[in-house]
Design a protein around this ligand. Structure first.
Ligand code: PHE
Length: 330
């Protein structure tokens, strides 16, 4: 008994203790052999023998449990010591990126229209004359082409001056009804406080079979959209002209800087122009071979939305890559 006790007490690791456990408590262990002796013991002494053996077993077992806990604790401490982290060590803050304000604004616009089941379409940045002008009711020598100071390539291709050519591409690829938006970069020969040679637009187009689309649809969806973007603003539709829509309207919101009272940003008019829109001109449908349909379209400048939403005074700062501007959008 003493010998077994000291075997337990002297175990130096959990592994060693486990070997001792098998030796004492295992199927072929010391105790099993002792219990086996019961068979050979006279009946009147059996009870006494078993009782004593059980007591021995219990004593050994509790000793074993105690030792096990001790060793576990010891090994845990050893491991914690080995894996200790020195919290006094100097470390660096992980740099965090931010989305560009144009991307943030674009995503917000896309979220709105995809929730209304509009598809998101893309087109090439280098366009041909047909998609950028001709099919949009801007025939060669049409004075309206002047409105868009175009970058031309030698082979009569152009850097697209608006996202409207994606309307044409989408209509040629699909049959009506159509509900689409086309976000992307566009290019014009412009460079000042409010114009950069590259900027972004989101185009919208809805086409239905039959004569069902009216200006009311256009008006309600754009009014809702502008409330979603700018909150509680007044919205007004002002007659205008685009070759690919008839009638056409430019859409203004009450100035978000002065609440419509008049300030420098709104040139003291109280209004900010934010959208071009209109009922799709029949000539456009003819160019893509659509018959008996009706629709409306709209287009907006993403930079302008971003500048208004985030109160950025100079458009050019959007493209200078100044980390101090971008960090504000984390
Ligand atoms: N393409 C026009 C522009 O670039 C915007 C527009 C799109 C107007 C669709 C009406 C309808 O100014």
């Amino acid at each position: 008994m003493k010998e077994l006790e000291s075997k337990i007490k002297e175990a130096k690791s959990l592994e060693e203790l486990d070997r001792v456990r098998v030796e004492i408590f295992g199927k072929k262990g010391v105790l099993s052999k002792e219990f086996a002796k019961l068979k050979e013991i006279a009946n009147d002494k059996k009870k006494e023998f078993a009782k004593e053996l059980n007591l021995k077993k219990e004593a050994l077992f509790s000793l074993f449990e105690k030792k096990k806990e001790e060793l576990e604790n010891y090994e845990l401490q050893k491991r914690l010591k080995a894996e200790a982290v020195d919290l006094s060590l100097y470390s660096y803050e992980t740099p965090k990126g931010a989305l560009h304000p144009i991307t943030i604004t674009m995503n917000k616009i896309i979220d709105y229209f995809t929730a209304l089941n509009f598809s998101v379409e893309r087109g090439p940045l280098v366009e041909d004359d047909f998609h950028n002008f001709e099919a949009l009711n801007l025939p060669k020598n049409h004075p309206a082409r002047e409105m868009q100071d175009t970058f031309f390539f030698k082979d009569a291709k152009v850097l697209r001056t608006h996202t409207s050519p994606v309307q044409i591409r989408t209509m040629l690829k699909n049959s009506p009804p159509i509900r689409m938006i086309a976000p992307g970069a566009v290019f014009r020969k412009d460079f000042d406080l409010t114009h950069t040679p590259m900027f972004h637009q989101v185009e919208g187009l809805v086409v239905e079979k039959g004569d069902v689309v009216s200006f009311t649809h256009l008006k309600s969806i754009l009014t809702e959209f502008l409330h979603y973007m700018f909150g509680d603003v007044d919205v007004r539709f002002r007659p205008s002209f685009f070759p690919f829509t008839e009638p056409s309207a430019e859409v203004d919101i009450s100035c978000i800087f002065c609440d419509g009272k008049g300030c420098r940003v709104c040139s003291h008019t109280g209004w900010l122009e934010v959208l071009g829109s209109g009922i799709v001109d029949p000539n456009v449908f003819e160019a893509v071979g659509y018959k008996d349909v009706s629709g409306y379209a709209f287009g907006l400048g993403v930079e302008r939305f971003a500048m208004l939403l985030h109160k950025v005074p100079d458009l050019r700062s959007m493209f200078e890559g100044d980390i101090r501007l971008l960090e504000q959008f984390r």
